[in-house]
Ligand binder design. Structure first.
Ligand SMILES: Nc1ncnc2c1ncn2[C@@H]1O[C@H](COP(=O)(O)OP(=O)(O)OP(=O)(O)O)[C@@H](O)[C@H]1O
Ligand SMILES: [Mg+2]
Length: 266
């Protein structure tokens, strides 16, 4: 069953008095508990897609539905993680994670149980009373992810959540996200510029083209990951050495670099 459903989505913006078609004929269904990654050239409309699913932006034609309801505004069924960590700087780690749960009216005992669980899973134990400025970038992003997961939302929307991290922290975060995703499968729409990250994390990769942005191709990763037993590896570098991984990565790169997929720089 499709949980996120983009149907014939178009988005026209007006820039300098001219109409500009940012997205056109976009059709995408994300199934229940499926992890879908979107890759595509800069400016092809990935963030716009995400903002429409979040209810922060609206299509000029077509519809975006979540769980069979057309999205018109933000709601607690959709949690968003952006590239900039967007924590409340004046609140502690615990209070940042708790904030959304209070708005949802979750009682105190249940709040405590869930917060402790996700703080533990994200390796933030001992930092409950720290403030964001006392944490590294990677830790702040782990708080942002804990804050999204703790709400148990129907849908998780992540827009380059690891974009601001250094390579080493990013790798650790990817491994943590994979662990989390296998333990608590959720319906996830995940935007990234990093092809390897998409192949490592996603069940399916959507490759977009620009001007106007639309879907070029969809690549099934899950079938190959399961058939090739990537899960026997715990470290991303071991998965990345698998011939099936290398093949998928090059397939995505080719789609991104071929004439219809954006600039070929070589
Ligand atoms: N509010 C807006 N008003 C006018 N144009 C906009 C607006 N939001 C986005 N655009 C334009 O729509 C296009 C798609 O933008 P979007 O941010 O969705 O791209 P993106 O794929 O996320 O890019 P990147 O990979 O660089 O993050 C861009 O050309 C951008 O300039
Ligand atoms: Mg973007």
């Amino acid at each position: 069953m499709a949980i996120i459903d983009f149907k014939g989505v178009e988005r026209v913006f007006h820039q300098n008095g001219k109409a500009f078609v940012a997205l056109k004929d976009l059709n995408l269904q994300v199934q229940d508990r499926e992890f879908v990654a979107i890759v595509g050239p800069s400016g092809c409309g990935k963030t716009t897609c995400m903002r429409m699913a979040a209810g922060l932006e609206h299509p000029t034609a077509g519809t975006v539905s979540v769980d069979n309801e057309v999205v018109t505004a933000p709601g607690p069924d959709r949690a968003v993680v952006f590239q900039a960590f967007a924590l409340f700087p004046w609140k502690t780690v615990w209070d940042n994670v708790e904030f959304g749960l209070i708005s949802l009216g979750v009682d105190a005992a249940e709040r405590r149980r869930r917060i402790e669980h996700y703080i533990g899973l994200m390796g933030l134990g001992g930092y409950e009373q720290a403030f964001p400025h006392q944490l590294s970038g990677g830790m702040q992003q782990r708080v942002a992810i804990a804050r999204a997961y703790v709400l148990d939302p129907k849908v998780l929307l992540m827009d380059e959540p690891f974009g601001a991290l250094d390579a080493q922290t990013r790798t650790l975060m990817q491994e943590e996200l994979v662990r989390l995703a296998r333990k608590h499968p959720r319906t996830v729409l995940f935007i990234t510029h990093a092809v390897e990250e998409a192949v490592y994390l996603a069940d399916r990769i959507v490759v977009m083209t620009g001007r106007p942005g639309t879907i070029r191709e969809t690549i099934d990763v899950k079938t190959i990951r399961q058939a090739e037993h990537w899960d026997r590896h715990t470290r991303i570098e071991d998965v990345m050495d698998e011939p099936s991984f290398v093949h998928l990565r090059s397939q995505v790169w080719k789609l991104l670099r071929s004439p219809d997929g954006g600039p070929d720089l070589h």
